[in-house]
Ligand binder design. Sequence first.
Ligand SMILES: [Zn+2]
Length: 286
Amino acid sequence: MTRPMPNYIPDDADQRRAVAPVICYPTETLPTPDLALYRRAREGAEKIAEVVVPPREAATFRARAGQFFRISSIEGPQVGDFNLWNAHDLSERFYSGKTRALHGTHLGAGARMWSSFPHLRPMATIIDDTLGWYGIDEYGGSVHDVIGTRCDPYTNNLLSGGQYHHCCHSNLTRALADELGISLAEAEPHVHDVLNVFMCTGFTRDTGQYFMKASPVRPGDYLEFFAEIDVLGALSACPGGDCSAEHSSDTAACHPLLVEVFATKGDALKGWRSPEPNGYDRRHGR
Ligand SMILES: [Zn+2]
């Protein structure tokens, strides 16, 4: 973004800029997931469901607390816009902003998808990420971001004036409406900012603008989660495909995504309990 030239620069500008940053939310007291337990439990788990998300469409799935779900790239590089709700209460949904504040701009193994207030509890924990090797590239880009929103027809209309109906926002709206047997108007307010699965993004260092680049994902790559509570998920195979050029049109090459759900056996999760909603008493000082 081009900023107007400042008309005033204080004498101690350099000094003020030189102040070292502090981490907003130190994570020492953040409850850590027992990844070893989850991974052991995953070894004996069996697949109980799968759904293929067609290109430029979305699909829903459900996973019970203690089950696993895996999002896989199949056929070709493709990113996915992912929404997650409490399966029994749509008002509890994924909170990308707080997840970003707690875990950083991009998620990987060990990070969790946190839910909205007043619940603020882990909905799902990432246990495996085949793109974990990518790290942060020379442009400041990384994968699986919680800094973007979801591509949507309103911004598209604002910027280009068109009517495009297969942005992830609309795909997620249709999929949720179909899943719950409600109208599009009823479903739309439940759609929220996403976890951008496989998408490679960052902010430009010089202008601070949100950028995307071709996703490093290849068929066979996956991101796998442990469901901490009963969840309803919706995944859109973004019309941007691998997001190397553009989105919000039918121009990009698009591919399907696969979601699989796995259930554990016996007492594989012994000692684990589904997290309770947040402990704040909600008196807000009154
Ligand atoms: Zn999208």
